[in-house]
Write a protein of this length. Structure first.
Length: 763
């Protein structure tokens, strides 16, 4: 602290442009190869006699592909990175700000408590003064096992936190740290350290045995804890009162101790919508407001442990640079996954997405909030805009508690805390966290939000199963900038789905949620026109919001391809080279596009296999999960059914000796009975039937001299290649095979399609 004066001019971070002119050049080339498709089709349509309605559809699809490419390259055009200098932080500020850390969990079966506990332990042990931290765990599953596990973990943490800080442990999630039997070789370890390490490992194994045991035996929790668990008796997961427990309180406010740890299970009643994760986040914001009211809030999913002990410090560099105070709303860390299967067989490690898209938007108005690994400014979440701060509206608002109550609900204590957050002042708290329990119970009640702005203008925004992008959009609309924190090693690590159905459920939720936003009043187009969302940022949002919607033109295009082969009419508007030199355009497009995407995989250190797996999964996902996502939004619009947030199963091996993954088929795609697999299976069968007709010479005679050409057959063959995981599923057994019911439905649909095509040629 004494060096404060001498070097306070050194910046806390640098913003580095990663613009790549060669890449941009190829992006433009691809654009100019895409454009001829729709243009040519129009010309061709005028000159030749072809079925016009089907050509119009193809034209619209191609126009869409070109447009989607334009918004993609606009998003990726000038990527930006930040380099942070946490060592300079204390030269900038006298005192680090407090951070409230939120963990959400929702289902002890899909989200094993041991995973949640490891995330909590890693948060408790971060390199940051413990007196400035508080960890709140929201349990939407209302599970006594989570509470029990947290209590046990808190005892363990009293040893773990000092151990990590004393020995400067790099990995503070114990299941990762102790994942090997012995200390890593190649280091000199002191006797004392070796002894402590061993003792710590034993402690952790005991803890993990207790937790896993509790999961297995469910009912039989140790009897000395009965008192704490009475509240869980005779309740249902969706029908229970609020349960809040202060598990540990850092009473003496000592920086080296362990941060506060609080368990929250908000009230749920079947009569009240609970809004899934967004609802949970809003309760966390309110309860923490009453207990610690930190100006910053970190939120992570239960599986996202802290992987870099300096994560909070890195984020603070980006949030605290004085000139930024007014501008930066939140600091997002990329989602990175641990123990990923080799070569990304499910195409869900999102490496390329984060590398190019997240850094790309970081170069515009700032990255999107992606639901986890994000440091929020509390007053931004409470709805303030940069203008409010400029005009001191927040100061004025803070004086009018009556007005605040209209937005934030009736709790007087909470409104006082909101006023403090608006003014940027520290709240005076009673001696003990326990004193705020009554008010906390009030704000965690399911009726608290009715008639307020929660979920509409304040807090996490409701109405979409991807509450993250929805909330992000509302923040950017106000003109806030955001920043991307990408320390090395990565700030957080989480689990990616490792089975076909789980991966598809997640993708379906994303497709659903993103489309829900697109068709809502939060559509970015309005925000660009009437709000402060920058044009290119708006286009970037448009890109992500069409996540699942793009399956529709893709499905149409693939169906048209099959149609053209089955009816023997031209698909691509280019004829073999004797007649049209433009024949080479689609070939060039195919080659250059694939080389372009391949280069992105190489540049991020991935293999050619990973690239190929991602290409395949991109098509499989589109034709299954995304189509279903679009269907569920359509059903919502028609008022037939509501969309639901289906929790992703976290099935990583987490025991400290994880060696059970000798399953050679770990990366093989798996199936279940879900209707998700119907469209993709149908599409595959249709393509196979079309190709069979070519092979066996069963195509009808071409009309007007133009039949389907070699390019069309190649396209179809390529598509079948991309659907390889599904093709294997046709012949697989057990979970590796497509269930018979799906197969029957798909065959029926495919035959129907072929018959329909043949009928149109005959008439
Ligand atoms: O009713 C619910 C449902 C979910 N969750 C929690 O939300 C988090 C994310 O759920 P998960 O099933 O793991 O979703 P993912 O597909 O992994 O999540 C990604 O996508 C979500 C939006 O769809 C974001 O909220 C997440 O942060 C982002 O990681 C988990 O901690 C859950 O416990 C709740 O608290 N309450
Ligand atoms: Mn997740």
């Amino acid at each position: 602290m004494d060096i404060k004066t001498c070097s306070s001019t050194l910046p806390l971070y640098e913003r580095i442009s990663r613009k790549n002119v060669v890449k941009n050049f190829f992006e433009i080339i691809i654009f100019f190869l895409l454009l001829p498709l729709p243009v040519y089709r129009i010309i061709f349509l005028r000159d030749h006699t072809v079925d016009s309605s089907y050509w119009l559809l193809a034209f619209l699809c191609e126009l869409w592909f070109t447009f989607y490419w334009v918004i993609l390259i606009s998003t990726k055009w000038n990527p930006v990175e930040y380099k942070t200098h946490p060592d300079r932080l204390l030269q900038w500020v006298d005192e680090l700000p407090s951070v409230d850390m939120f963990v959400t969990t929702a289902d002890p079966e899909l989200e094993p408590p041991i995973i949640t506990i490891n995330t909590v332990l890693s948060l408790l042990a971060v390199d940051y003064p413990a007196s400035k931290l508080a960890c709140y765990v929201s349990d939407d599953g209302c599970s006594p096992i989570i509470l029990y596990s947290l209590m046990e973990a808190s005892n363990f943490a009293k040893l773990w936190v000092p151990f990590c800080k004393k020995h400067n442990v790099k990995l503070r999630a114990p299941f990762r740290y102790f994942s090997s039997e012995s200390l890593p070789l190649g280091h000199e370890y002191s006797r004392e350290f070796q002894r402590e390490w061993k003792a710590m490992k034993d402690e952790y194994e005991q803890l993990s045995r207790k937790i896993i045991g509790a999961v297995v035996e469910k009912a039989s929790l140790p009897c000395d804890l009965v008192k704490d668990f009475e509240v869980f008796l005779n309740i249902e997961r969706i029908n229970h009162p609020t349960i809040i427990k202060v598990i540990w309180e850092n009473k003496r406010g000592i920086a080296d101790e362990m941060p506060h740890l609080v368990y929250i299970s908000r009230e749920k009643r079947p009569t009240h919508p609970h809004h899934y994760k967004a609802g949970a986040m809003n309760v966390l914001a309110r309860v923490s407001g009453l207990m610690t009211n930190a100006p910053f809030m970190l939120n992570v999913d239960c599986d996202m442990f802290v992987n870099n002990p300096k994560t909070v410090l890195h984020a603070m560099c980006l949030l605290l640079g004085p000139k930024n105070e007014k501008e930066v709303a939140f600091c997002q860390c990329p989602q990175v996954f641990y123990d990923g299967l080799k070569d990304d067989p499910f195409g869900n490690q999102l490496v390329v997405l984060f590398e190019y898209l997240a850094k790309g938007v970081a170069g515009i108005q700032g990255p999107f909030y992606s639901g986890t690994g994000c440091f929020h400014r509390r007053k931004v979440i409470y709805g303030l805009s940069p203008d409010d701060i400029e005009n001191n509206t927040n100061g004025k608002l803070a004086k009018d508690h009556k007005l605040l109550q209209i937005s934030f609900g009736s709790s007087k204590d909470f409104v006082t805390a909101v006023a403090d957050a608006f003014k940027g002042e520290k709240t005076e708290f009673a001696k003990s966290l326990e004193n705020s329990l009554e008010a906390a119970n009030q704000v965690a009640a399911c009726g608290y939000e009715s008639g307020t702005d929660w979920g509409k203008k304040v807090g996490w925004i409701y109405g979409s199963t991807t509450e993250d992008i929805n909330t992000s959009l509302i923040i950017h609309r106000k003109g806030w900038r955001t920043v991307l924190s990408w320390p090395d090693p990565p700030a957080f690590l989480g689990c990616a789905p490792t089975s076909g159905p789980t991966a598809m459920t997640q993708q379906k939720r994303w497709a659903t949620g993103l489309l829900e936003i697109l068709v809502s009043k939060n559509c970015p187009i309005f925000f660009t026109l009437f709000g402060k969302l920058q044009l290119r940022q708006g286009l970037a949002y448009l890109w992500i919001l069409c996540w699942g919607l793009r399956s529709i033109p893709e499905l149409c295009y693939a169906a048209l391809l099959a149609y053209s082969i089955i009816t023997n009419s031209p698909f691509l508007p280019f004829l073999p080279k004797s007649q049209e030199p433009a024949f080479y355009i689609p070939i060039a497009l195919f080659v250059i596009y694939n080389l372009y995407t391949l280069s992105e995989y190489f540049a991020t250190g991935q293999s050619i296999r990973a690239w190929w797996n991602n290409q395949k999964m991109r098509i499989v996902t589109s034709m299954s999960a995304w189509v279903l996502g679009v269907v569920s939004v359509a059903l919502k619009i028609l008022g037939i059914s509501e969309t639901v947030f289906e929790v992703t199963k976290k099935d990583q091996s987490t025991s400290s000796s994880s060696s059970n993954d000798t399953d050679g088929d770990a990366g093989r795609f798996t199936f279940d009975e879900s209707p998700i697999f119907v469209p993709v299976t149908t599409l595959l069968l249709v393509q196979l039937m079309a190709l069979a007709m070519v092979v066996f010479g069963m195509q009808p005679r071409a009309r007007g001299g133009h039949g389907s050409g070699i390019l069309d057959v190649l396209c179809s063959a390529w598509l079948v290649l991309c659907l390889w995981p599904v093709l294997k599923g046709l012949f697989g057994k057990g979970k590796y095979g497509i269930p018979l019911s799906t197969l029957c439905k798909s065959t029926a649909l495919a035959l129907l399609f072929v018959v329909w095509c043949r009928r149109t040629t005959m008439s």
